[in-house]
Design a protein around this ligand. Structure first.
Ligand code: NAP
Ligand code: G4F
Length: 340
């Protein structure tokens, strides 16, 4: 059978790396777009990438989703069967600092790919996956599902709402196979260092080893529905194997506060943290030392307080379910922390 070809925007990110690995095991030829940077940014692909002088099914190309000419050229050259758009300035806090850039990448990036698919009219029906986010729900009350109205609370989330609707619009207007995966937070050892789970696991491991003194955080009471990236990229692929394009929520259905995540991580490391004080004076104490403190710079101008997904549709139609729970995910993150 002829191998399928996938094109991944955002291949160097957490999900891009897991998706690449997954598609290679499914016998795909995988192409990924990387950005030129002053130092290598492909470390998450270490162990997967093979020099194309040797036999490989993985190819990397320079490009940028803010550059229409490169988007058109890459899609025309590669002629993929499936395009996964995972590219984003994905840090919600940072999107308040660089809202215009974030919108260009997140909102217009999706449009550039969709419009290229529409305009090129290649001799094949390209399927398109858009990385949607539970951030789009913002202030909407949990549990959130495909029918919940969006109430975005950051420039990032507003841009994701645009990419969600432009995906639906191109599907309806031009009969393109285009779908949105509305994914709740998903983490892993490959998670970017500034996201709260990776920041917590990494710091608490170092504090235990006496390699770091203190961890500074923002809002300890925000609630998130945290799953594992490996499970979530499988769901992306499952959506693309449907005969009709449809949008799905992907989530565990379980919710924890940031503070609970800290306590769970500490418990796995056999550390008991006690908490003192309130508000910005709250502190986490271990071994009589103050190891966690609040820094207001990590608060957001507008926060998403409570996310918990209802993924019954994906579980019924795609037969998707997560294989990790929060405990096994934290264990894996801790184990990898000690390897690095
Ligand atoms: P990530 O680790 O931040 O990866 C983002 C990827 O996008 C990186 O490969 C990055 O390249 C690339 N990128 C950024 N700007 C680009 C540009 N202008 N042109 C081309 N590529 C660009 O994010 P992730 O956690 O893997 O998430 C993947 C996608 O899912 C993102 O769209 C994110 O918004 C969305 N999402 C994530 C979650 C989650 O919990 N992880 C939940 C819902 C939705 P560099 O390596 O060069 O920076
Ligand atoms: O880990 P976070 O930065 O993730 P956030 O904002 O929920 O966004 C992530 O998930 C979204 C899906 O819902 C994705 F679309 C998005 O791309 C990204 O992957 O923050 C989680 C919570 C927030 O409420 C934040 O205020 O943790 C709180 N928090 C508290 N202290 C902190 C910190 N977040 C970060 N990054 N750093 C802190 O020091």
């Amino acid at each position: 059978m002829k191998k399928k070809t996938a094109l991944i925007y955002g291949i160097t990110g957490q999900d891009g790396a897991y998706l690449t690995k997954f598609l290679l095991t499914k016998n795909y030829i995988v192409h990924g777009i990387i950005r030129r940077s002053s130092s290598f940014n492909t470390h998450r692909l270490d162990g997967i990438y093979i020099d194309p002088h040797y036999k490989t099914n993985l190819y990397l190309h320079y490009g940028d989703i803010t550059d229409s000419t490169s988007v058109t050229k890459n899609i025309l050259q590669i002629k993929p069967d499936e395009i996964y758009n995972l590219a984003a300035q994905s840090q919600v806090r940072v999107s308040f600092d660089i809202p215009e850039y974030t919108s260009n990448v997140v909102a217009l990036g999706a449009l550039r790919i969709l419009d290229t698919i529409k305009t090129l009219k290649l001799n094949k029906k390209i399927k398109f996956y858009q990385a949607g986010s539970s951030e789009m729900f913002g202030s909407a009350k949990p549990p959130q599902n495909e029918k919940t109205l969006f109430y975005p609370r950051s420039p990032y989330a507003v841009a994701k709402v645009f990419s969600n609707w432009i995906t639906i619009n191109y599907r309806e207007a031009y009969n393109i196979f285009a779908c949105n995966g509305i994914l709740f937070n998903h983490e892993s050892p490959l998670r970017g260092e500034t996201f709260v789970t990776k920041k917590i696991v990494s710091a608490i491991c170092k504090i235990k080893e006496n390699k770091q003194k203190k961890l500074y955080l923002g809002n300890l009471y925000a609630k998130r529905d945290w799953g594992h990236a490996k499970d979530y990229v499988r769901a992306m692929w499952m959506m693309m194997q449907q005969t009709k394009p449809r949008d799905f929520v992907i989530s565990t259905g379980k919710q924890h506060t940031v503070k609970e995540f800290i306590n769970l991580t500490a418990r796995e490391l056999k550390m008991k943290i006690t908490w003192k004080g309130k508000g910005q004076r709250e502190k986490g104490i271990w071994n009589k030392k103050e190891i966690i403190a609040i820094d207001k710079k990590y608060f957001r101008p507008t926060e998403v307080e409570s996310l918990r997904g209802d993924s019954r549709l994906a579980r019924k139609v795609l037969k998707w379910k997560p294989s990790y729970n929060i405990k096994s995910m934290i264990q894996e993150m801790i184990n990898e922390e000690y390897k690095s």
